[in-house]
Design a protein around this ligand. Sequence first.
Ligand code: 5GP
Length: 113
Amino acid sequence: MTDSLFTQIYKGQIPGKIIYEDEHCFAINDINPQAPVHILIIPKKEVAKVSDASFEEIPLLGHLIYISKKLADLNKLSNNYRLVINNGAEAGQSVFHIHVHLLGGRSFNWPPG
Ligand code: 5GP
């Protein structure tokens, strides 16, 4: 199977700066930011989407949320930010490797559209 776009960025095959990394995940700035802070938190393990995740991936999914919180703190988002996971093309997913969008630095509307 070919590597996802995000794995190719992680491996340095496509340009992109890794702004955070640990044993389980890494983070990059979104190339097309929708807010002053727009970070993607991505598991090193390639799972296409949340609806494909299995029971054994529960800790990994929790880890992604926890690291999103840490990155929000590091970026001084003062406890106001939005975490988004698009699941499936009709929900807006364009890269099929699970990722959490951390958006902050501005106000957000609801519903998201
Ligand atoms: P999705 O639409 O799958 O929820 O989010 C994919 C995100 O990846 C989009 O926000 C898009 O701007 C971002 N993206 C697509 N290609 C690249 C790239 O080459 N580099 C970076 N840093 N982000 C990308």
